[in-house]
Ligand binder design. Structure first.
Ligand code: SF4
Length: 287
């Protein structure tokens, strides 16, 4: 091959050219990144496990988070994993419904899957349905997951209660290796138990009431210019310190205990008590 003539070589050298070889990466990153804003007046089922103070930022619609291109890619891969599971469950003949909206104003959510074991499998209550909540994780958090995280558990519990499906699984899939971890979850009335290999590895007494009580508390704080308790994990750092700093100046702290006294309403929720007697059977689900 003949060498590039001297003049041309200069023209195309990175130092002298105006051509930006990084254009593709920059363009994609710009197109992928976005600002995630909370919808005011709504609790998302996936956020029910947050501390009350952070839930308030979301409920007020002042919560904002910059999502980088890398985070957006991860979200996209997470969605792709959900799509693949829906197809796999369908092919296995166990899928009853996928991506079903579940709302209890002002809580909005969308459960992942309801499945039913094929005939001839397992125990006598063979045709009962199970509720699945699927989470995708990077390799490091996946290796550290030995029980469902609190957010996933609250989300599963909310759907379980609303759909009246007391059993199911929280499943984690590694984004890297497609390895999976299954945690069997059982809701007995308002309490939730997590099993692994038929052994209870975590129990959450009164979780159903805790979830609803927190939303009542936050809603009340929103309309009374009040500030909920400091988050339990505050010391480990916060994703929204700026919002907190501003809100602390204008809102009066009303702790959960103070709010309970003010409302003369201990942990009881009308909503939850009204279904107490109904949860022996599985809910009827879309098929
Ligand atoms: S600064 Fe602390 S108390 Fe405030 S929102 Fe963040 S974690 Fe919660």
């Amino acid at each position: 091959m003949s060498p590039i003539p001297k003049g041309l070589r200069k023209k195309f050298s990175p130092q002298s050219s105006s051509f930006d070889e990084g254009w593709l990466k920059k363009t994609l990153n710009k197109s992928l990144g976005f600002t995630m804003k909370a919808k005011p007046g709504v609790f998302h089922a996936s956020s029910l496990g947050e501390d009350a103070r952070v839930l308030l930022w979301r409920f007020l619609g002042i919560f904002e988070e910059e999502i980088s291109a890398q985070q957006a890619r991860k979200m996209g891969r997470g969605t792709a994993i959900h799509t693949a599971w829906a197809k796999d469950l369908q092919n296995a003949g166990v899928l009853v419904v996928a991506e079903k909206p579940v709302n209890e104003e002002p809580i909005h959510g969308r459960l992942d899957f309801i499945v039913r074991p094929p005939a001839g499998t397992g125990e006598p209550q063979i045709r009962e349905v199970f509720l699945l909540e699927l989470k995708s994780q990077g390799p490091f958090p996946f290796s550290k997951t030995f029980t469902p995280d609190y957010r996933a558990l609250c989300q599963w519990t909310f759907y379980s209660y609303k759909e009246n499906i007391p059993k199911g699984y929280i499943i984690y899939e590694s984004m890297d290796t497609q390895d999976t971890k299954y945690f069997y979850c059982v809701r007995e009335n308002k309490d939730v138990y997590v099993y692994l290999n038929q052994v209870v590895i975590a129990e959450w007494p009164n979780l159903v009431n805790d979830i609803f009580e927190k939303t009542y508390y936050v809603t009340w704080c929103a309309s009374h210019n009040a500030l909920p308790d400091k988050c339990a994990g505050c010391i480990q750092g916060c994703r929204y310190p700026k919002i907190c700093e501003e809100q602390v100046k204008t809102r009066k702290l009303v702790t959960l205990d103070e709010w309970r006294l003010l409302n003369q309403k201990p942990v009881q929720s009308n909503l939850v008590s009204s279904v107490d007697g109904k949860e022996i059977n599985n809910a009827e689900v879309d098929s």
